[in-house]
Design a protein around this ligand. Sequence first.
Ligand code: PHE
Length: 373
Amino acid sequence: MTRCSYGLAAVLTAVSTLAWAEDPIKIGHLASLTGAEANFGQSADHGIAIAVDERNAAGGVLGRKVQVVTVDDQSKNQEVNNCMMKLIQQDKVCAIVGEIASGNTIAAAPAAMRFKIPLVTPGSTNPEVTRKGDYIFRICFTDDFQGKAIAGFTAKTLQAKNAAVITDQAAAYSINLSKTFKEEFEKFGGKVAIEVSYKKTDSDYNAQVNQALQSKPDVLVLTGYYTNVGNIVKVARAAGFTGPCVGGDGWDSDTLYQIGGKALDNCYFTNHYSPEDKDPRIQEFIAKYKSRFGTIPDAMAVLGYDAALVTMDAIQRAGAPEGTKIREALATTKDFKGISGSITIDKDRNAQKGIVVVGIKDAKQYLKEVWKE
Ligand code: PHE
């Protein structure tokens, strides 16, 4: 039995009134719509809904309408395979967009490989993700790059020398990002004085924060996801730490600001895009998103939009909604002009993109710098 439920993109495409000669082409969206990382799946689903509606308004794919089937894995690793089986066997999708959290995309990979259904992740950055097999693609940078950017920013811009690293011990993303940060920070002349970890379900972070602060760090590095990060920063500020806290794209969610509020002043994280980018295409997308969903799109919304467009483009070039052919077409994606940057899929099925550092002040983000090596 599966507990997966359908999401917004699916409902929206189902009520479209266009008349089409043939059955729709179905693509899946594997998403965390509820649970600790619910914002990831919801935002991506919004981005995907816009992409699919635009493509359908322009004639669809191979002359057929595209329909999205979104399933909710509840932000739980152990639900992922059920959701994949439902998308593949029950809904008969020909390609799947998802997940955002690296650990969930890794959990989805065996089913994608077994049934030869391409899996295109919008935002999973752990290098291992695309090593799980040749049906697994990503349209974002990896944490080899992101880890270096966080370390470089911390060492050069913040001039920090002594870091305390706090890791989500069950998240593949966080574990690897902490490791890469440490390696890269040392290359920049910095030192990781202490490493501590927490469980996603912990409700009290005092022990970890106190332990980290004992090493008198001049920066706290939090490589986990926004719910935990917001709570940990609050505890650190209450314990008297006024220095900068830094992290990666896992911080990106409006919920972070709701949890952390003013405690997030002097915090920074790396991300896939900045809403302050003046590029007219980006501003046009932001306006469209805002008028439909009422908020400024976060990185997952932008990446979800791009991932859906890249996937539909590949199905069109494949000439048929068949997994093996779509895989070939995805592998030759070149210079696709996304909102998150230009997307070229390399031989390892990754994309190389730019990275920005976002700063936080008064519970709002601003563009701190566009990171350059
Ligand atoms: N990069 C994160 C991961 O791999 C997911 C994420 C992507 C979070 C984009 C926020 C924005 O788990």
